[in-house]
Design a binder for this molecule. Structure first.
Ligand code: C5P
Length: 230
């Protein structure tokens, strides 16, 4: 049975870091009462597990085996905030640090790590439907997605957003350092040989530089209305 034949709709939202895809994906999933896959969190979890085990991030076989045996769980706390668990430990805050994001982008360039996470990502496709955000949702993980959105924003705008996000959490980091990190990550994500960051041929492009979060969400929900669900 192909995943499409399973008849469970998928909306893929891809884009570079800071494009707002995580927030948009969450809002769209909530509006449609669909499940949510934050695929970046899986790569971040592998990065964290790599750090915890003091494993060499360049050791592809070892990192792929860490990815294949990942004991990850997602939940929501009493205030509606997402919680991510690695084994019995709640690690949501640690997962969001720049350090974790950078290590995630290094290990995400390893082909065996990407394939080790493939089935886990596909397993999020559950009724009534899924909104999946990442870099290769529309190209590799769910090539048959019913709607593919590629969300962009200028590098400057993305660095500013990330800066505000971290400041709001009390994390002090310079805008210049953040811009450099974002550029590094963009380059690595776009240049890797497997699952690179690029729009699917049938993706709809959306530049969010001058749009509010709600405007972007409404645009995506309008597109959802246009889809012929099969
Ligand atoms: O989206 P987020 O910033 O949490 O992702 C962290 C890193 O994980 C990205 O920089 C990217 O290298 C990697 N990633 C990926 N493929 C995905 C999602 C994330 O390679 N589908």
């Amino acid at each position: 049975m192909s995943t499409k034949a399973a008849g469970i709709p998928v909306i893929a939202i891809d884009g570079p870091s800071g494009s707002g895809k995580g927030t948009i994906a969450r809002q769209v999933a909530t509006a449609l009462a669909f499940h949510l896959l934050d695929s970046g969190a899986l790569y971040r979890l592998v990065a964290l597990a790599t750090n915890r085990r003091e494993a060499d991030p360049a050791d592809e076989e070892n990192i792929a085996s860490i990815a294949a045996s990942l004991d990850a769980r997602f939940s929501t706390d009493e205030y509606g905030s997402e919680q991510v668990w690695l084994s019995a430990e709640e690690i949501s805050a640690e997962l969001r640090t720049e350090e974790c994001g950078l290590l995630a982008s290094r290990i995400a360039a390893l082909p065996k790590v990407r394939s080790a996470l493939l089935n886990l990502q596909k397993s999020f496709r559950q009724v009534p439907g899924l909104v999946a955000d990442g870099r290769d949702m529309g190209t590799t993980v769910f090539p048959d997605a019913n709607l593919k959105v590629f969300l962009t924003a200028s590098a400057e705008e993305r660095a500013k957003r990330r800066h505000k996000q971290l400041n709001d959490k009390g994390i002090d980091v310079s805008l210049a350092a953040l811009s450099r990190d974002i550029e590094d990550r963009d380059r690595r994500d776009s240049e890797r040989s497997v699952g690179p960051l690029k729009p699917a041929e049938d993706a709809r492009l959306l530049d969010s530089s001058n749009l509010t979060i709600d405007e972007v969400t409404l645009t995506v929900l309008d597109w959802v209305q246009e889809i012929e669900w099969q």
